[in-house]
Ligand binder design. Structure first.
Ligand code: HDE
Length: 664
């Protein structure tokens, strides 16, 4: 399918797959591109070789600074459609015209790692979406966690310096499991809630299509009458929220650094879109002070049981980029890119972000005209009196470049709010200039505790283990302060478990939070479960029958599953090409495993693959037996989540859809 933005990008697309002469950047056809101009075959290179100079000069400048955070990203085009008009909340046209498809570009990212780091570190994921609306671009620059590490933007550089590789030796890459991170969070306890999220399975999502998105801050929606509501934005994944295991993540990162991006890329190439629904939590202006926390505090979420998420629209991501650099690397998001009907709250973290993003684009994209890059350009007309600057690609006609003017009839002219001009919400503000934390921002532990209260036993154990892993990588002094200054204020059981694991004495005083509220919506056990896009490693032995293979393939594909056939070498079974071997892939890269054994013994590699899949609690299927498949294995058909796919195919399907066999 094609969308308006993709069509727009065509104007700037050079199709290098078409027949065309090789030219310099000046359009001069080139007759030689392998040998530079020299004085004799063995002689020195001549300065007049302008083609060599141009080619090498360009190459020498092909890198731009990577993003200071969110460097590693993956971008996808798509569209957004609102289900019903939201005019009671907002005058934003793209939210009030059902049936209208707004083109979008979404960039998923990890935060701490550099651009070449792996896809599944323990980290927050970015989920930034640019809506190319008819009233200008609106950017929803979200994360896959609903809260953040600090309350005030002034602490962001400190935090990022602490989580990034340590400055003296640039280690570790893409990881929070080190001294400076745990030092910072222990000394800045407003991070407690977010640390619980980061230590949870939310930090190792199975797929970009299986994680939630959150705008984090309170924003405002303003309707045509000028009435304002506070709002939090949510993305709900159609496939539910699912994660891999930490042990699995570490193996995946070694086997396939591109694990998340590769699957989404391939699905989209195969016509399988990634789908989310947009949700809104809305609090009327007059209810601003009705919660037991400050709704402007970005370390607090609004429990969905108290403020239900209204599902209002659909995001469909369905087209890959044509060029990673031009689109994914150069896209410039900014939470300050809003349209009429969307406005800001005084959340001090959001306020700081409004400064920061323009700064970053200036340095990364080399000047003030980054909005003219094809991926950043609005699809609606834009005109003003800004001129010149690095990389200016527009040719502005006319003698005046200022407002007000008399010479050009005052064009381009501001539009009144009634006619669609942006007008900031008329919030009454009255205060003294202070550098202080509001008293309403001082409770750092209640919602951290609520998060733990809401977890299933499995999720809770994963959090305990993750913290034990991370602190296990820190020095003793850091382990001690993390336990006494941070964990001990949240939950005593967790602290005792971790302290015991990492050899630290428990602080004598019990200081845990006594907050007893829980929010079932926070547990991934209450998410949606689906078979679509789940992958199956079908391991086959050389004497497998062609019909068995074909039948298995179609049975699985019919259910939306994605089988890959794996053998000890590449060969053809009938007309089916086996393209994966135990050398090229591993069961750890799949959601489930099927072993189709023939007469031969299971090879060692297959046994190892099955054992790992079993350990990671994945659904295991078997079929086409002669002899006992389980002989070399530590489990058998009586174990949970192990099914004969010829006799009990539905059991296998249920196990795959349930994501993991936690009872195992
Ligand atoms: Fe960002 N953030 N951020 N951030 N952020 C950037 O902008 C910043 C924050 C988020 O795919 C940077 O273009 C400050 C919260 C995403 O291109 C930078 C503060 C949330 C992305 C920046 C925050 C985010 C960024 C780096 C605290 C969740 C990737 C490169 C005041 C709602 C966007 C860039 C993409 C990127 C600054 C906090 C989300 C440096 C100062 C909270 C998804 O400008």
């Amino acid at each position: 399918m094609s969308n308006k933005k993709k069509d727009d990008l065509q104007k700037d697309t050079i199709d290098n797959t078409k027949e065309a002469p090789l030219t310099t950047n000046q359009g001069l056809p080139i007759s030689e591109d392998e040998f530079s101009l020299k004085a004799g075959e063995r002689g020195p290179t001549l300065m007049e070789d302008f083609h060599l100079r141009e080619k090498v000069m360009h190459f020498d400048h092909e890198r731009i600074p990577e993003r200071i955070v969110h460097a590693r990203g993956f971008g996808v085009h798509g569209e957004f459609e609102v289900y019903e008009s939201l005019e009671k909340y907002t005058k934003a046209k793209f939210l009030t015209e059902p049936g209208k498809k707004t083109p979008v570009f979404t960039r998923f990212s990890t935060v701490a790692g550099n651009r070449g780091s792996m896809d599944i570190p323990r980290d927050v994921r970015g989920f930034a979406t640019k809506f190319y609306t008819d009233e200008g671009n609106f950017d929803l620059v979200a994360n896959n966690m609903p809260v953040f590490f600090m309350q005030d933007a002034i602490k962001f550089p400190d935090f990022v310096h602490a989580v990034k590789p340590e400055p003296h030796n640039e280690m570790p890459q893409a990881a929070s499991a080190h001294n400076t991170f745990w030092d910072w969070v222990s000394q800045n306890t407003e991070s407690a809630h977010m640390v619980m999220w980061l230590m949870s399975d939310r930090a190792i999502p199975r797929s970009f299509s299986m994680m939630e998105g959150f705008g984090v801050h309170a924003f405002r929606l303003v309707n045509a009458e000028g009435k304002s509501h506070f709002v939090k934005f949510h993305w709900k994944p159609k496939l539910g929220t699912h994660s891999v295991l930490w042990d699995e993540a570490q193996m995946i990162n070694g086997k396939n650094t591109d694990f998340n991006r590769a699957q989404i890329w391939q699905n989209i190439e195969d016509g399988i879109p990634v789908e989310f629904e947009l949700g809104l939590q809305v609090i009327p202006e007059e209810d601003e002070f009705k919660m037991d926390f400050d709704i402007l505090d970005p370390t607090k979420l609004w429990p969905e049981e108290d403020v239900p998420v209204q599902i209002v629209g659909k995001l469909t991501l369905n087209e890959n980029v044509d060029n990673y650099f031009a689109e994914t690397e150069q896209v410039a998001f900014n939470p300050g890119h809003v349209v009429p009907g969307i406005d800001f709250s005084n959340d001090p973290l959001l306020q700081g972000r409004l400064f920061s993003y323009t700064d970053t684009q200036l340095i990364r994209l080399g000047g003030p005209n980054f909005h003219q890059l094809p991926i950043n350009r609005p699809v609606c007309p834009f005109s003003n009196n800004q001129r010149e600057g690095y990389g200016q690609v527009s040719i502005h006609k006319g003698q005046t470049a200022y407002h007000k003017n008399s010479m050009n009839n005052n064009q381009p002219e501001p539009l009144s709010a009634e006619k669609g001009g942006y007008e900031h919400y008329h919030e009454k503000v009255d205060g003294r200039k202070v550098q202080a934390r509001s008293d309403s921002f001082t409770d750092h532990f209640s919602q951290a505790k609520m998060f733990l209260n809401s977890m299933s036993d499995v999720e809770l154990q994963h959090i305990y283990d993750a913290i034990s892993f991370e602190l296990g990588k820190c020095d003793m002094e850091i382990r001690e302060i993390a336990i006494s200054d941070l964990l001990n204020h949240i939950d005593r059981d967790m602290t005792e478990y971790v302290a015991d694991k990492v050899g630290v004495e428990m602080p004598p005083e019990v200081e845990e939070s006594t907050y007893d509220k829980s929010s079932p919506a926070l547990s991934m056990k209450n998410t949606t479960f689906a078979l679509d896009t789940r992958t199956v490693a079908v391991m086959i032995m050389p004497d497998i029958a062609e019909e068995t293979l074909k039948e298995t393939k179609s049975k699985l594909e019919e259910k939306g599953l994605q089988p890959s056939f794996i053998a000890d070498k590449m060969y053809k079974v009938g007309d089916l090409q086996i393209d994966e071997t135990f050398d090229t892939v591993h069961s750890v890269l799949f959601d489930s495993v099927i072993a189709l054994k023939g007469k031969d013994q299971l090879p060692k590699a297959a046994v190892e693959n099955l054992e790992i899949a079993f350990k990671h609690k994945k659904a295991i299927g078997y079929g086409s037996l002669s002899g006992n498949i389980f002989e070399p294995l530590s489990f058998d058909e009586n174990d949970k989540g192990v099914s004969n796919i010829e006799e009990n195919f539905n059991d296998f399907l249920n196990d795959v859809a349930s994501h993991r066999i936690w009872e195992r």
